[in-house]
Design a binder for this molecule. Structure first.
Ligand SMILES: Cc1cc2nc3c(=O)[nH]c(=O)nc-3n(C[C@H](O)[C@H](O)[C@H](O)COP(=O)(O)OP(=O)(O)OC[C@H]3O[C@@H](n4cnc5c(N)ncnc54)[C@H](O)[C@@H]3O)c2cc1C
Ligand SMILES: *[C@@H]1O[C@H](CO)[C@@H](O)[C@H](O)[C@H]1NC(C)=O
Ligand SMILES: *[C@@H]1O[C@H](CO)[C@@H](O)[C@H](O)[C@H]1NC(C)=O
Length: 530
């Protein structure tokens, strides 16, 4: 989502080169090799002694904070579902933990780091995509990126699209199973709202589809986080119609240009006044001036599923103070808008969407989120504004509009509960050059301060947070024995009452908690509660 910003201010990103520290001391137990020996070829197993180990491990560590975390005993890069089945069966048999990685974008690095000895299952080679325009659907494997999915859809049709996130290198596996906010969310909902089938390898090593896994498990993996329940190897998504031409604009206003007043108005019109076809997000950040002072800037970023004349008319009627003119607007195909939001310059070849390596240099990053049900008072907006100038660490704040169809989907339809009445979400980010580890604490503390300062103004009880902006500050499991009641504290923040249903489903499909991690759903047996 921050590409909405990074594109405006690429200077926030620094090129950092770090080398991996020494590899871990423990080693794979012999029975593991016996178990896998006739189940998959040796060249999909990367041990620390293999020259491929480092490059595979680092290939999708997008957050440099975790470059020196404890490393896996081995990495498995399956080409076939049977390899995934063997990986689950054999790690379970020898009592090792398994971490599942698709795109590696997890903000806390939980897909590739663990405090206990573990094996990393990296799905980067399971990434085929099959688009069926006649059926209005596509099968996409978890190791694909959303950029690859968008590309394949556009290759087949100029009037089909998919409503997922903005940044091309985000992986399908984590993104779909955690929800998936994007620029068409007001019209089509989350990525996870548009999934119609899936294939999962469960704890017993079976491959199940929607029918054989049942509606409960199928419900859970569409927003409840996949890694608590199994390895989802593929998803069937419903394609959506997009017009042959869409319009985008980026318009920045400084404090001196009444940005605060515009922001205030924005809050009142996004939910009901603007049509579902219009996405209008705002990013707020402090811009350093040449004299060393800072000024604030609000960047209004928009995707409209229609032409610019129509867009201008809507803005003129509802938000004239924005001062939008035809010159601000660019008409383009939907796939070009995808590239625009993903930070590619106009004219860049569409093939770039398939680059699995990010065009932006990797940095350290930490993120958290809030949901807003009542427009912030001017006081609250000023607070948000001041945070940006006061903080040394130039945070980036993104206001992501909900409304539209998000208001019409019930809270229990999928695990993501923040639907009706949520006007927008706030995504806070700090990005830093972490060549020296000492600086990290300052930045992370800065993010914590921001969240604390905003407490009076945001949704409470629970203080909501979006699973895909994962942050361990909201709470975590103490270990595989952590109970539902202990985990409720953080679980309710992501899932509200859906947390209980997730825990019951977890109890049904993985009672022994093999698929455990710091924010996995703990198993709950329904009778426990009686
Ligand atoms: C640059 C950037 C831009 C982003 N933009 C957006 C955005 O626009 N909208 C949005 O909603 N989010 C966005 N995100 C957040 C993103 O959606 C989440 O980080 C998501 O979990 C990433 O999925 P992944 O497969 O890349 O991550 P991974 O790190 O591979 O996985 C994330 C989590 O999912 C689990 N998992 C991964 N694959 C599977 C699988 N196949 N089966 C079971 N469990 C699995 C992992 O174990 C881990 O717990 C962005 C993140 C980054 C870094
Ligand atoms: C790693 O090394 C082992 C032993 O030399 C070899 O059998 C295996 O194929 C190597 N793996 C890869 C991915 O090259
Ligand atoms: C920069 O900040 C200083 C201290 O707040 C102030 O005195 C000065 O006028 C500012 N300069 C500009 C150009 O705004």
């Amino acid at each position: 989502m921050f590409t909405l910003i990074s594109k405006v201010h690429p200077l926030f990103f620094f090129l950092i080169l770090l080398s991996l520290s020494s590899s871990s001391k423990a080693s794979i137990p012999e029975p593991f090799f016996n178990c896998i020996s006739n189940k998959f070829p040796s060249d999909i197993l990367h041990e620390p002694t293999n020259s491929s180990y480092d490059s595979v491990l680092k290939s999708t560590i997008h957050n440099l904070r975790f470059l020196n975390s404890p490393k896996p005993l081995a990495i498995i890069t399956p080409f076939l579902y049977s390899h995934v089945q063997a990986a689950v069966i054999c790690t379970k048999r020898v009592g090792l933990q398994l971490r599942i990685r698709s795109g590696g974008s997890d903000y806390e690095g939980l897909s590739y780091r663990s405090e206990v000895p573990f094996v990393l299952l990296d799905l980067q080679n399971l990434r085929s995509i099959n688009v069926d325009i006649e059926d209005n659907s596509a099968w996409v494997e978890s190791g694909a990126t959303i950029g690859e999915l968008y590309y394949e859809i556009a290759e087949k049709s100029p009037v089909h699209g998919f409503p997922a996130g903005v940044y091309a290198t985000v992986g399908v596996g984590g993104h779909f199973s955690g929800g998936g906010f994007g620029t068409m969310m007001r019209k089509h909902g989350l990525a996870s709202d548009n999934i119609i089938n899936a294939k999962i390898v469960d704890v017993r090593g079976r491959i199940l589809d929607r029918k054989s896994m049942g509606e409960d498990l199928f419900w859970a993996i569409r927003g409840g986080g996949g890694a608590s329940f199994g390895v989802i190897v593929a998803w069937k998504v419903k394609l959506v119609h997009v017009p042959p031409m869409v319009t985008v604009f980026d318009l920045s206003k400084t404090f001196e240009e009444e940005a605060l007043q515009l922001l205030n108005k924005w809050q009142y019109i996004i939910e009901h006044k603007l049509p579902e076809d219009l996405f209008l997000a705002v990013s707020i950040m402090a811009i350093p001036l040449p004299n060393g002072n800072k000024t604030l800037m609000a960047g209004f970023t928009s995707l409209f599923l229609g032409n610019s004349d129509h867009l201008l008319k809507i803005i003129e009627e509802n938000f004239p103070d924005l001062g939008l003119t035809k010159e601000h607007c660019s008409e383009m195909s939907w796939i070009e808008s995808v590239m625009h939001f993903s930070g590619f310059p106009r004219g860049e070849l569409r093939d770039s969407l398939k680059n699995r390596i990010s065009p932006l240099p990797r940095t350290c990053i930490s993120t958290t989120s809030d949901f807003i049900q009542e427009p912030l008072s001017l006081n609250g907006l000023e607070k948000l504004w001041n945070i940006c100038t006061d903080e040394e660490n130039t945070p980036i704040i993104l206001l992501f509009p909900h409304g539209g169809i998000m208001n019409k989907i019930s809270e229990s339809e999928t695990p993501f509960p923040y639907r009706k009445g949520v006007i927008y979400s706030i995504i806070y980010e700090v990005v830093w050059d972490c060549t020296n580890d000492e600086s990290s604490k300052e930045y992370i503390d800065g993010l914590r301060r921001m969240k604390k300062l905003m407490t009076p103004y945001v949704m409470k009880q629970p203080r909501g947070a979006f699973f895909n902006t994962r942050n361990l500050d909201i709470g975590k499991n103490g270990g595989p024995d952590t109970t539902y009641w202990e985990a409720k504290d953080w679980g309710l923040k992501y899932f509200k009452d859906n947390f209980r249903r997730l825990a019951i489903i977890k109890g049904e499909v993985d009672l022994e908690n093999f698929f455990y991690y710091e924010q996995s759903i703990p198993p709950l047996i329904s009778q426990d509660e009686l």
